[in-house]
Design a protein around this ligand. Sequence first.
Ligand code: SF4
Length: 365
Amino acid sequence: MDGMSISSAAPVSVPMPQVPRRRRSPEEVAAVAPVAGPKRVLLAAPRGYCAGVDRAVIAVEKALEHYGAPVYVRKQIVHNVHVVSTLEERGAIFVEETDEVPEGALVVFSAHGVSPAVVQSAEDRNLRTIDATCPLVTKVHREAVRFAKAKNHILLIGHADHEEVEGTYGEAPESITIVNNPAEARTVEVEDPEHLIWLSQTTLSVDETLEMVDILRERFPKLQDPPSDDICYATSNRQTAIKKIAPEAELVIVVGSSNSSNSVRLVEVALEYGAKYAHRVDFAHEIDETWFEGISSVGVSSGASVPEVLVYEVLELLADYGFGPVEEIVTAQEDIIFSLPKELRAKLKEAGDTSTGLGGHGTAN
Ligand code: SF4
């Protein structure tokens, strides 16, 4: 990438992809309207892999290495098409439900977590399991169980069709009402407004969640806050970074998959904080060169399930169009590390595998 310099280049645990990117011809590049002055690239940091995603991906890789293929994975291990297809090539088989897994086989639960009913169904089928649920999602599950036991009703702010919310809801369905959006916050009804607490999905927009809590508190003044934020550090840090670059970026490109909640939120936040245009792409080849017409500054970020190599592809394409050098805007340092799932740690120990790749790098550490 000529003229490109980046101050941090964190390693990722998936290999260089076979990304089918077509390089633009000089004619195509010339066809894009010229812009007077420099063409800036503002690269958000932190971006990309969070500790929970890194741990989950490594868990599948280690399972393949130590148990051999196939390793079944319930749902996408993380919401990224490239990561999923790379693991498929190595022998992972992704299924929607545990009843698709042959009796006695090994199944990994994804980073988004599972309800007790799913755990039970795996037990009923004598499946061997590795639980790669992110510890920060497990924390929300525990809160749900604890508050339900204490006879509170829980307003769970999140998207009802997201796997994480399905899993948390499944911990105490009789004590939880899901609140999807501000409109629902205005209309939701509860039986006992005196014993009410809110929890949330980990990957929401920080601002929208606070707005919903304000609406709920106005309607239910006794509404209690969770002991600590449920929106995780990675979601929150990536939103803070994009808020910083959005006012200076006419166009923002977010790398991430369409089912990645935190990636989709990044696009929304970029637009809210001043970017003229913002688009989400899985791969650089999805970028439409007409987006660059008349643009002199491009912001780039990526969701928490995106390997850094996919961001590099975007930066390369931008360099083809004369954007650069890359200015990395760092708003936080991340050094969180989660240990691998306990079932896997035991297996690694038994095999004498002393791997240290135990999840958790930010892009700015
Ligand atoms: S986005 Fe947050 S909750 Fe989700 S896997 Fe990453 S660290 Fe865990």
